[in-house]
Design a protein around this ligand. Structure first.
Ligand code: FAD
Ligand code: NAD
Length: 475
């Protein structure tokens, strides 16, 4: 291992590893240090997203949805499959194999780009020196002209709900359950609560979700949130709003949860309890006292819009800095920083970061919600199109949800696009591209969309903005 590099990246998750690869593509010498250790003791690049987040959760969402559809939908298609049985061990082996392939892929891409991957803990010292502690405890000093901090985030724990990793668990534990809990409690009806609640509900758990806020999915457009709440209720997710958990305790093989809502105090008994109340930036052991890097009041590393920290030539990207905790946001920041280090032009357009919730139906959006536009005071118009009127959605037995477009009344600028329905997470890419290029609603209206596709819903919603939808009644 050499001791000096052009760039050292601390953290090999979806923010750090793309920074390392792009820096190497920019002909810089690069080392990427990562300490991620799996439950089986193995080390792996890829961070939360690949090992314990985006990828394993999507693997289980896919498998559990197929299980659900085989039970309840195949017959509608005229397919008789007999009794559908769950082999959870096989489902979990598939999840683990996908993760292993994807994390192994990072090493292959590192190798082909000449990135030096170092397994161990990195600590930034003054003067752009980095102390690396190898898994066997050996310490080495390396240095670089530029250092990129990409140490990510970790689940928030609740003091009154003591985590034990067995009965009271976080999202990572909940991805690796080896049996379907009969009764599952989830604290937090956010993205994780809804995705993991859906997985285990589809596999047979009775799921109760306790959400402290009175409003469901407050971050989403409320037309979409209301539609989502209706579907989740029908699927059997028991979502209790305004429910503040006061304590949870393990007793034998059960968890007793006490929560308070407008009706008073309640107790809930579950077999497993997932705490999914958000994540916090992870900087433990990252910064020596004299590193000079500043944190904000909430523990995020302070950066400007180009991800520069308070120390020259030290950058920070991904979940450890302000903004949405999303893999694609971190990736763009990592790539931007690697280009800026190489003296190239780069920026991230934070106005068009898409959000996707991988439930069924999926929920996806980009730009402002109708509530945000209304609060901003700009005059606007809205168009929407139901998937019930989409031939392709009907053919897929997925005619639920809608696409909704909010545009400015004055210059027709698209302000926000919101989709709940089949493949919403894929459909939103067109919306992001349109907004990235500052498209007007008319631009979308004049763009040919193949028939019959789900994307026609976006086309028709754009037409509906001016009450010119063809395949639905204009209101
Ligand atoms: P991380 O992925 O957290 O990576 C940081 C890495 O740095 C880790 O490997 C850590 O071990 C390492 N590290 C930390 N400190 C040090 C140190 N001092 N020395 C060496 N290594 C260190 N986002 C999406 O966009 N789409 C999704 O579908 C999605 N699903 C998710 C599902 C779940 C269950 C969870 C928990 C998260 C999900 N996310 C999703 C969020 C996504 O995982 C994060 O936004 C993303 O992983 C952040 O990337 P990062 O590189 O900033 O941090
Ligand atoms: P979140 O912020 O999405 O949701 C947390 C929820 O918990 C909120 O609704 C909040 O009101 C509620 N809450 C907070 N404290 C509570 C309490 N004491 N009692 C009851 N409810 C409480 O956080 P998350 O679901 O933990 O996810 C963490 C991060 O991971 C998110 O920022 C998200 O961006 C990311 N993530 C993304 C995806 C995706 O992109 N599909 C999937 C999973 C996770």
């Amino acid at each position: 291992m050499s001791t000096h590099y052009d760039v050292i990246v601390i953290g090999g998750g979806p923010a750090g590893y793309p920074a390392a690869i792009r820096a190497a593509q920019n002909k810089l010498s690069v080392a990427c240090i990562d300490e991620w250790q799996n439950f089986d003791g193995s080390y792996a690049f890829g961070g939360t997203c690949l090992n314990a987040g985006c990828i394993p959760s999507k693997a289980l969402l896919e498998s559990s949805e197929l299980f659900q559809r085989a039970q309840h939908e195949f017959a509608t298609h005229g397919i008789q499959v007999g009794e559908v049985k769950l082999d959870l061990a096989a489902m979990q082996r598939r999840r683990a194999a996908i993760v292993k392939t994807m994390t192994g892929g990072i090493l292959a891409v590192f190798k082909s780009n000449g990135v030096v991957g170092i397994q161990g803990h990195g600590r930034l010292l003054a003067g752009n020196q980095v102390e690396v502690t190898a898994p066997d405890g050996t310490k080495t000093l390396i240095s670089a002209k530029d250092v990129v901090l990409a140490s990510g985030s970790t689940p928030i724990r609740l003091k009154t709900v003591p985590h034990d990793g067995k009965f009271i668990v976080d999202s990572w534990n909940a991805l690796e359950f080896d049996a379907v809990p009969k009764r599952l409690g989830v604290i937090g009806a956010g993205v994780i609560g809804l995705e993991l609640g859906s997985v285990w509900r589809r596999l047979g758990s009775e799921v109760t979700v306790l959400e402290a806020m009175d409003q469901f999915l407050a971050v989403a457009d409320q037309t979409i949130a209301k539609e989502a709440q209706r579907h989740f209720k029908k699927q059997g997710l028991d979502i209790k709003l305004g429910a503040k958990v006061s304590s949870a305790a393990v007793a034998g093989d059960l968890v007793n949860v006490v929560y308070v809502d407008k009706q008073g105090e309640h107790t809930l008994q579950v077999d497993k309890l997932i705490v999914a109340v958000g994540r916090r930036p992870f900087t433990e052991g990252l910064l020596a006292a004299d590193s000079g890097v500043e944190l904000d009041a909430r523990g995020f590393i302070q950066v400007d819009e180009h991800c520069r920290t308070s120390v020259p030539h030290v950058w920070a990207v991904g979940d450890v800095v302000r903004g949405p905790m999303l893999a694609h946001k971190g990736k763009e920041e990592g790539v931007m920083v690697a280009d800026l280090i190489a003296g190239l032009f780069a920026e991230v357009n934070y106005k068009v970061v898409p959000s996707v919730i991988y439930t069924a139906p999926e929920i996806a959006w980009v730009g402002q919600t109708e509530e945000q536009v209304k609060a901003g005071g700009r005059a606007y118009k809205v168009g929407s199109f139901p998937f019930a009127a989409s031939g392709r959605a009907r053919a897929m037995e997925a005619g639920q949800g809608m696409a909704k477009i909010i545009s400015a009344s004055d210059d027709d600028e698209i302000l926000g696009i919101h989709v709940i329905g089949p493949m919403a997470g894929e459909l939103i890419a067109e919306a992001v591209l349109a907004m990235e290029y500052s498209a007007s609603t008319e631009d979308l209206q004049r763009t040919i969309h193949a028939h019959p596709t789900l994307s026609e819903a976006l086309h028709e919603a754009a037409l509906a903005v001016d009450k010119r939808a063809i395949d639905a009644i204009n209101r």
